[in-house]
Design a protein around this ligand. Structure first.
Ligand SMILES: [Fe+2]
Ligand SMILES: [Fe+2]
Length: 130
């Protein structure tokens, strides 16, 4: 099960709320996959895709205004994941989400938030303090 903890806090409430919601949709997706609940799985992937798109846009715009130096690499990670979510979304109609897919999403999100997102925290904090 994927869970948000305060260790993953960005110091920006909006981004933390986004992360929590994204993790919740992955957890729902995990349950749907385990129960072979096709409709719930398709719904959860739709919500996950929409939440992630909204979140990535918000995060990218905050990083941009903070002059974050690794913006391009960060945006490239988002772009790859966005494409993967779109593909999963298209393929989710009438099909169960596999345990492998859930594992991939969980690992990618945990890794991305814990490493890639945490790297911008000092830069965003510095900007807020100014
Ligand atoms: Fe994020
Ligand atoms: Fe990110």
């Amino acid at each position: 099960m994927i869970e948000w903890t305060t260790a993953l806090s960005t110091g920006v409430e909006l981004l933390d709320e986004h992360h929590k919601a994204i993790f919740q949709w992955v957890a729902k997706l995990e349950n749907a996959a385990a129960d072979k609940h096709t409709l719930l799985g398709a719904y959860a992937i739709t919500r996950l895709k929409n939440n992630a798109e909204e979140h990535f846009a918000a995060e990218e715009s905050l990083m941009k205004s903070a002059g974050y130096p690794d913006l391009a690499e960060h945006m490239a990670e988002h772009a790859t994941f966005r494409a993967k979510l779109r593909e999963l979304h298209v393929n989710s109609v009438g099909k169960d989400i596999s345990a492998d897919t859930v594992r991939f999403l969980r690992n990618w999100l945990t890794e991305h938030v814990a490493k890639t997102d945490m790297a911008y925290v000092p830069f965003l904090k510095r900007q807020v303090a100014q």
